[in-house]
Design a protein around this ligand. Structure first.
Ligand code: FAD
Length: 401
């Protein structure tokens, strides 16, 4: 069995590396969702996003008619891994659009919606920036219990309710919104619909929620009698739950390449640090505890890569991942957390210093990862939820609740 990449993928990796060396300052750290916080990072990410789009990289797996270049899912995965490894920004901001909004529209949107919404995403335009409105104050893992409602009035829906933890809502042009449309009896899962909402609509207010490192990534979003044209319904009314299970698999899959790249960057940094840094005159890489810890992380990283390739190949064969995307997310989250902990131990006090300081170990990477790990492990489904999915779809276990 040949697990190696083909010439095409190797050439792509090289191109991405050259792009990063030319375009990304060494001190710039792109980390999961970080770029959404500060205006200057956001502006820089947008400019890079456009350059990625010019090369056809932003949505490379999409059909050409929507701005892609008909690349394979494997190529797309290789691109995401390499771009994240090289610290290229402009991927996370596009990730809602390229990661799950676009693929979902291709799966269950209509042609008019595809023609209208896909090209701005694949071209890296600010009009292609999306946020995702699923979670509510009392509905996270228990997504079927959402209460934001959309009631039909003529050829519009009137939307009322509140979403929370909405990443990028303060930057987004569109919201990929889950609402309750079937309020009368039946299974809660059967009353959910999915719609596209213009973030400039009257009646929407966005309140910032700063995370514990003081960054503005997510928000509360309030909907007060917001008018949404019926043509913005995606797929079938009241079938949103079933559609969204597929979108969530895409979402988890799209994080996998980014997590792999980020993890490989940290591991490489720690290996170099351990080889070059001496304690009592001896490189710390000689310490068996440090060596074994790094070796264990390398094994996990390789496992994640194989899982990511396998899922990409499955998608390429036309199948949708079910448990695979959850498995990959669970492995990636654990690996990133372990890397942050290992980094904190190996770098010591330097691991706590923020980027921009000359004292920051690994350019502040460990500090960022340490603070971001718990959040990344919750976004798109907590580990318990991913394990429930693996239990059901891989092991055939009965539901847990
Ligand atoms: C960085 C970040 C970005 C995010 N971005 C977005 C976004 O853009 N849009 C959006 O809609 N949401 C977003 N979220 C919200 C995220 O989807 C939810 O936080 C997540 O689904 C968990 O929901 P909750 O916070 O309500 O926790 P809860 O669902 O209340 O879970 C609390 C705890 O109970 C456990 N638990 C719950 N149910 C079960 C079960 N059945 N079996 C076992 N254990 C269970 C959970 O694993 C967890 O440990 C984001 C979150 C983070 C951290």
């Amino acid at each position: 069995m040949d697990f190696g990449l083909g010439q095409r993928e190797e050439a792509l990796k090289l191109e991405v590396r050259e792009f990063a060396e030319r375009e990304i300052p060494e001190t710039f750290i792109a980390n999961f969702l970080d770029e959404e916080s500060r205006d200057e990072d956001w502006a820089f990410s947008l400019s890079i996003s456009r350059k990625l789009a010019e090369r056809g990289w932003l949505a490379m797996g999409w059909p050409q008619q929507y701005g892609g270049r008909d690349a394979s899912h494997l190529e797309q995965m290789v691109f995401a891994m390499e771009a994240a490894y090289r610290g290229i920004p402009g991927l996370s901001m596009g990730v809602s659009g390229t990661g799950w909004v676009g693929p979902s529209l291709m799966l269950y949107g209509n042609e008019e919606q595809r023609c209208k919404y896909l090209p701005p995403i694949s071209s890296g335009s600010p009009d292609g920036v999306w946020c995702t409105g699923y979670s509510e104050p009392n509905s996270g893992s228990d997504f079927a219990s959402i209460r934001t409602s959309a009631v039909r009035q003529g050829d519009e829906y009137i939307v009322n309710g509140q979403k929370v933890w909405t990443s990028c809502a303060h930057r987004a042009r569109w919201c990929w919104l889950a609402v309750k449309t079937g309020l009368n009896g039946g299974k809660p899962q059967d009353g959910i619909s999915l719609m596209i909402v213009d973030m400039k609509s009257r009646g929407i207010s966005v309140n910032p929620l700063l995370n514990y490192s003081g960054e503005h990534i997510f928000n509360e979003v309030f909907f007060d009698n917001v008018h949404v044209p019926m043509v913005n319904l995606v797929g079938e009314e009241n079938r949103g739950w079933y559609q969204l299970m597929k979108s969530l698999a895409y979402e988890r899959h799209s994080f996998c390449g980014l997590s792999y790249g980020a993890a490989r960057r940290i591991l490489d940094g720690l290996v170099t640090f351990a080889a070059e840094t001496r304690r009592s005159g001896v490189p710390i890489a000689r310490d068996p505890v440090v060596r074994h810890r790094l070796a264990n992380l390398a094994v996990e990283l390789e496992t994640l890569k194989m899982f990511a390739y396998e899922t990409a190949c499955k998608l390429g064969e036309g199948a949708l991942p079910t448990y695979e995307a959850s498995r990959n997310k669970s492995v990636a989250d654990h690996l990133l957390e372990e890397l942050a902990l290992a980094g904190a131990d190996i770098l010591g006090a330097c691991s706590q210093v923020e980027r921009h300081s000359k004292l920051a170990g690994l350019n502040g990477l460990i500090q960022r990862q340490y603070l971001m790990s718990p959040g990344t492990a919750i976004a798109a489904g907590t580990d318990e939820i991913e394990k429930n999915i693996i239990g059901k779809f891989k092991l055939g276990l009965p539901r847990s609740y």
